[in-house]
Design a protein around this ligand. Sequence first.
Ligand SMILES: Cc1cc2nc3c(=O)[nH]c(=O)nc-3n(C[C@H](O)[C@H](O)[C@H](O)COP(=O)(O)OP(=O)(O)OC[C@H]3O[C@@H](n4cnc5c(N)ncnc54)[C@H](O)[C@@H]3O)c2cc1C
Length: 350
Amino acid sequence: MSAKNDDNGRKYGYFILKQSEGFRAVETYHPFGMKVLDYGLNEIDAFVPKHRRIETENRNLGAMVEMLMPPRAMMAALGFGFLRRINREAHAYANTRQIGPAPLASIRFVRYRLKAIETSCTICEALDHHLRTRLNVKADMREFFPAVQALKTVATERMLGSAHHYQQLVGGEGYRCGSPTNIAAQAFLDTRVFTIFDGTNDLLSQQLSEYCLARRAGRSLSSFLASYPLTAPAITAYHLDLSFLDQELEQEHLVLGGRAIAYVIAISQVMRWAKEVQGDAPARARAAIEFLKVDINGIAGEFGLLAKGVLVEGETAGSVSGVLSRSIPVPTNPSPDEVITTGGQAPVAR
Ligand SMILES: Cc1cc2nc3c(=O)[nH]c(=O)nc-3n(C[C@H](O)[C@H](O)[C@H](O)COP(=O)(O)OP(=O)(O)OC[C@H]3O[C@@H](n4cnc5c(N)ncnc54)[C@H](O)[C@@H]3O)c2cc1C
């Protein structure tokens, strides 16, 4: 259990507690999807013996990050399992549903949607490969922070996007809960929460940008990424132009930039997966990487859109531009270069 106390400045504490020792469900919520999930509000009124307090840093969220990283990393495996099923179901439906004399799958745009699902499955297979071969969820995972942010955000986004493609190509039958021909409605409802819980993808993307900015040691962000082991293979192999990241980054840029960085990490992981496994992986990897490259170009386009001034300052009350997240691992021995500035605010060392 984690807890916070504001009596003498914010402090965090982590405790071992059994569910029978004072947990009470105050309100049970009805989830939108994922019906088997326990979802609700608990009250905890418990005495915790001192020896069940976990010894850890209590002034920042470092321990919280560590606690959250294993479940976030495992989203890669979850996404791969989910997408393997969705891929199979979508193909089976498209091959059996007749539109006039031919199956649905003979329509070229339907095949494009199927390809989007297929490549998402490939991407998650590669992320899962990274999880299984490079990460150890039972060890200290702090050094894997950027890889884990990418695994969680890319895998869950791919799940959601593919569930959407699947439901669209099933048509009206896909809007029926309990349809005998497909599971599209349930799949879409079930997948919706994954980009929201366990840290919203928007926040995790912002943190990924902040993590990289704090380590670039005076270089531009794009040159840092060109030599960073998680991103360099993709940038070199595909001559990715990330120079759009080299500007003063407001909070909205940090979120979008983090998504771009996560896609680049995913390309590197797909490349390595294709090298390390047998069979048809190289051909599947090529298609998956093309989709990811388009996603990166899309982010560059969004930077362009923001540059047109679509976000008018002062439009909403209480802008939080410049607010930095508190839960990213600090660099060891931060140099003056590793102090982050955003949005023209005062530099923040962490
Ligand atoms: C089904 C379910 C089960 C859950 N189970 C647990 C659990 O077991 N334990 C637990 O502790 N919590 C649990 N949660 C809570 C969950 O972790 C939070 O809902 C989640 O982290 C988001 O926090 P929030 O709801 O406060 O959203 P908010 O922080 O209010 O964010 C809402 C939205 O605002 C936007 N936003 C917020 N911050 C940023 C940012 N920096 N940049 C850009 N946009 C931003 C995003 O669009 C975001 O989706 C559960 C939630 C759900 C839905």
